[in-house]
Ligand binder design. Sequence first.
Ligand SMILES: [Fe+2]
Ligand SMILES: [Fe+2]
Length: 147
Amino acid sequence: MEEKNHAAIYKKSLMKIGTDVEKRQIFAATEGFFNQIEALINYCPATTLGAMYATETAAIFEHEVFWGISCELMQRRELKWEGSTLKAFHDLHLNGVEQHHKDGLGYFVDAHSTEIEKEKVFTGAMRAIGAMEEWWQALLTTAKGMI
Ligand SMILES: [Fe+2]
Ligand SMILES: [Fe+2]
């Protein structure tokens, strides 16, 4: 629910700076990443927990990167970054939201009782990290090709 609301806010704030996410080009590596995460989530609850913990942890750094990209984009479009909805959106996530998601899930990771479950949590996390590495590598390679 929270992320659904956040997605709507993000979409609206991007529209305000002239970027319509509905008109985006599908990036194959992003689709591939979503499919891999979906498969992990459908596998079992412990794997889901591991995958979520890994992706929520990465969300902190992803917001730092997107904070920088958004700031640069607005400067290039000669729009005011300070006081913008887009900046507020990223600040909200960096000022506790993502940290809270990570820490909240960490509680469940620690509370997991059996070693077998912990092993599955670890496997889920490692597979999600692998999927993220692949995704980010594809993004970087594409971005470098545009320079
Ligand atoms: Fe969010
Ligand atoms: Fe999150």
